[in-house]
Design a protein around this ligand. Structure first.
Ligand SMILES: Cc1cc2nc3c(=O)[nH]c(=O)nc-3n(C[C@H](O)[C@H](O)[C@H](O)COP(=O)(O)O)c2cc1C
Length: 190
């Protein structure tokens, strides 16, 4: 059994809808369990993320897919507070060799969402994780998936909080892809 965790922050719900699609893609693969981990602002006290149980729950998973809205050209403050709380995990190499991927959404078509996926990638690499890109060639997919053409992860766009169906389909594919990789590199017994 491989375990895929989706760790995300969402204030108005669009990132959560993407997270649910990512999870459904991962869960569609036999032998995969999914773990939904929402980052709540109430777990942040004086700027510090303090939910140690959540952090510890990620030690035993095979893959972590990160999600955040793009805020001011990067991850949200809530996501960054979570990331900053992983320093002990970093020093222990607790998440080393796990598969990682990421997704984001913004209200502008070119609202610097790429910075968010690049942040996820650097964050994963800080932990020694193995970054999984989005392997749907933008503009070349018969189903039109990856419509915004980012290859580092899923970039989505909505100007009215209504999700584009293609973005949801792409999110599902990203979950499936990372689940397949998690099975291939699983550290748990299958
Ligand atoms: C403080 C703030 C900063 C934002 N910055 C950006 C941005 O840099 N680029 C962009 O495209 N959208 C930006 N947005 C729009 C959000 O990314 C967008 O509404 C997203 O769907 C919110 O995700 P959520 O529904 O999961 O909270 C920003 C929104 C807020 C509230």
């Amino acid at each position: 059994m491989a375990i895929v965790a989706v760790v995300f922050h969402s204030a108005s719900g669009t990132t959560e809808k993407l997270a649910d699609s990512v999870m459904s893609g991962a869960a569609s693969l036999k032998g995969v369990d999914v773990l939904k981990v929402e980052i709540f602002g109430s777990d942040i006290v004086e700027g510090r993320y303090q939910n140690q149980d959540v952090l510890d729950s990620l030690d035993s998973v095979d893959a972590i897919i990160f999600g955040s809205p793009t805020y001011m050209g990067s991850v949200s403050a809530q996501f960054k507070a979570f990331a900053d709380a992983t320093g002990d995990k970093w020093s222990e190499k607790a998440w080393s060799d796990k598969i990682a991927g990421g997704f984001t959404i913004g209200s502008n078509l070119s609202g610097d969402q790429l910075m968010t996926t690049q942040y996820f990638q650097i964050f994963a690499n800080q932990h020694g994780m193995i970054w999984a890109s989005l392997d749907i060639p933008g503009g070349c997919d018969p189903e039109g998936r990856n419509r915004l053409g980012a290859q580092s992860g899923l970039i989505a766009h909505s100007k009215d909080n209504i999700l584009n169906k293609i973005d949801l389909v792409t999110a599902k594919y990203l979950g499936l892809r990372i689940a397949k990789l998690a099975i291939r590199y699983s550290i748990n017994e299958i």
